[in-house]
Design a binder for this molecule. Structure first.
Ligand code: MG
Length: 260
């Protein structure tokens, strides 16, 4: 083997080893690569394309094995974060965020689940960017699927409607007009921790917004946060579902959940 052939062989050997190392670390999806490419809440990150989801339908009936968390009448499955009665407004079959009353959470804890939520941003448009129709669905009180009015309202992509807040923008912007009912159908797999509290499997989220796939089995980096991507911290297998009081009178109706 001459010197040139040897160098070529070593080059391809190195290439092969690098490939094996990458395969061992697990394939990275383009969406995961974007986590490194864009800083959190980067205003220049491309906006999700707008897609008209069609008109709102009637409330989706809860299936027989679902736990109904809000059927339109009362907030008895919910408390505030201190464990006191949830102080949000209930009328005409919906609940509405009561500014300053704080987040509310379910009395029951949930882990892996299928969750159906219907919500509406305020019909009277006030504010812009993150100040317009902001609320949030927090799986396990920790992992937020953003609720926001992004109908003709620009904000940073990783904080827009149906984003996994601060991590993954939605694949499309499927917002209906403010005041119209919208749906989230969420499949959540809770993170798993080993007996030493070390992360064994990260959390995964799939989200349909108004019937359109907007999060496709995404792997969360850890809890969601504002300007932070904190690492996972070991927690219980089941924790309450939380809805956010971000100061805007967002409405919710017909919330049901199936444990999976
Ligand atoms: Mg929010």
């Amino acid at each position: 083997m001459n010197k040139g052939t040897l160098i070529t062989a070593l080059f391809f050997l190195a290439l092969g080893l690098a490939g094996l190392a990458a395969a061992a670390a697990g394939p990275q999806s383009p969406r995961q690569a974007d986590l490194q490419k864009w800083a959190i809440h980067d205003e220049t990150r491309p906006q999700p394309p707008v897609v008209d989801p069609g008109p709102a339908g009637a409330p989706v009936p809860a299936p027989g094995d679902a736990v109904v968390l809000f059927g339109g009448q009362d907030l008895s499955p919910w408390t505030n974060l201190k464990g006191e009665a949830a102080g949000w407004k209930v009328e005409n079959g919906y609940m509405e965020v009561a500014k300053g009353r704080g987040d509310i959470q379910t009395k029951q804890g949930f882990g892996d689940c299928q969750l159906h939520v219907e919500w509406a941003a305020p019909a009277v448009v006030i504010g812009e960017s993150q100040g317009r129709g902001n609320s949030g669905v927090f799986l396990m009180g920790t992992y937020e699927v953003q609720v926001l009015d992004c109908y003709n309202n620009k904000t940073y992509a990783d904080g827009s409607t149906a984003s996994i807040y601060g991590q993954y923008p939605p694949l499309v912007n499927a917002c209906r007009k403010p005041g119209e009912w919208q749906t989230y159908d969420i499949v959540f797999h809770a993170p798993r921790f080993d007996k030493d509290g070390k992360l064994a499997h990260p959390a995964r989220l799939t989200v349909f917004h108004n019937g359109l796939l907007v999060q496709d089995n995404e792997e969360l980096t850890g809890p969601t946060g504002h300007h932070v991507r904190p690492p996972y911290a070991a927690h219980a297998d089941k924790l309450p579902l939380k809805l956010q009081d971000h100061g805007n009178p967002v409405r919710y109706r017909n919330i049901w959940i199936r444990e999976i």
